[in-house]
Ligand binder design. Sequence first.
Ligand code: SAH
Length: 474
Amino acid sequence: MLLTITTTHQPANDLGYLLHKHPERFQSFDMSFGKVHVYYSEVSAERCSACLLLDVDAVGMVRGKNADQNFLLAQYVNDRPYAASSFMSVAIAQVFGSALQGRCKDRPELATTAIPLTARIDVLPVRGGERFLRAVFEPLGYEVETVRSPLDERFPEWGDSPYFAVTIRKTTLLVDLLTHLYVLIPVFDNRKHYWVGDDEMEKLLAKGEGWLADHPEKDEITRRYLKFQPSLYRMALARLVQEEEPEDGDENDRPKEKAEEVLEKPLSLNEQRLGAVLASLRGSGAKRVLDLGCGEGKLLRELLKDKQFEEIVGMDVSVRTLEGAQRRLKVERLPTMQANRLKLIHGSLMYRDKRLEGFDAATVVEVVEHLDPPRLSAFERVLFEFAKPRTVVLTTPNREYNVTWEALPAGQFRHPDHRFEWTRQEFQSWATGIASRFGYQVRFLPVGPEHPDLGSPTQMGLFQLKEVDHGRFP
Ligand code: SAH
């Protein structure tokens, strides 16, 4: 099993930075299924190719707990050592982990630059043949080249094998290429070596963010990824909320410096914001609350201190952040009664999620500005149409206020991960639109010291579901 990633971006050997793997080194990693080796087959300023070679221990593997016992000889004769399968995805995630997260320590700008990339997979078992291969990769903008292997070169009359050498090409971000390979390689293959459960569905939804919902083959991809388990795949499809009318997002100038916290510290704006959100929640009478994009759990900690809140759920898309929250909140050391009130869940605001339904209130504190503008509409539906809490408290920076911070160069955002920052007018028209579309009323409140012309540093929208008049008893 071999995956080769090539770029002709100049200087091409920057690929080493992008993959966090030194071009001069041959590195090997132990995996549960065998070994993975990374090396470069070609390194120059013009062209650079990195190889990910899987060396699967077929016998050791089938003797393990996941043994496929249907066919006794399968213990010794199986295609796993040769064919790319979900092991390749496991290897991509473990060996190219940072690149798969879109991170590049030494050349951060490279990770957000589209570069000419080619991926070649040797020996990909494809159920559905070339037509399916093209139907999957072409809508994502890839140029596809395939060569099918004969079953046995010595006996052409036996016909073709199900194996292909596949090459895909596109000028794109490395993170996008790796994400597509990570999700799609197991989709072509018939078998999977690990148990498919909720966990797999979460992975699919997380990695499918931004492209799967609109893919013409999303049904088939989801069905195959989840290995035809109808309950899981129906659940996954239901959560792939299609985005409405994507707009052109202007995320061209991504800011680089000045973490938000440093700027805001002297104001202790963070504390003022928490105070304002808490006060609104208390005022709403909510007992069961959701903190969406809870981060490291600053608000959760405050909620836990107040007995009004009987059930508190924090959700975030980042597992690492949730682990941080778990540590900071010292969940294991809380008395049982307290610990039972709190739940931390992993999930994305891009997908419809049953776990978010039936709450009195939801807070979305400094989160929307982290979402890609074309995907805001999916978030709006997930929260206001499907989860539909009675109260929503949402905060976001007021861009107009940024000019008062000398430390922040003009035109930059407060945090490198912000996709946008809104003026008061922009925020209010967005929020008013949502309120009218989904049956809410919205009020706006300033948070932090108010400037006479520029407003306050944080803006807060308080949404209240309009009660439907069911008619009264006479
Ligand atoms: N509410 C917290 C954290 C704000 S930072 C606070 O005020 O301190 C933004 C958070 O949103 C991050 O933790 C990030 O992981 C999370 N986030 C970004 N995109 C998300 C998504 N699609 N779904 C859920 N959480 C998301």
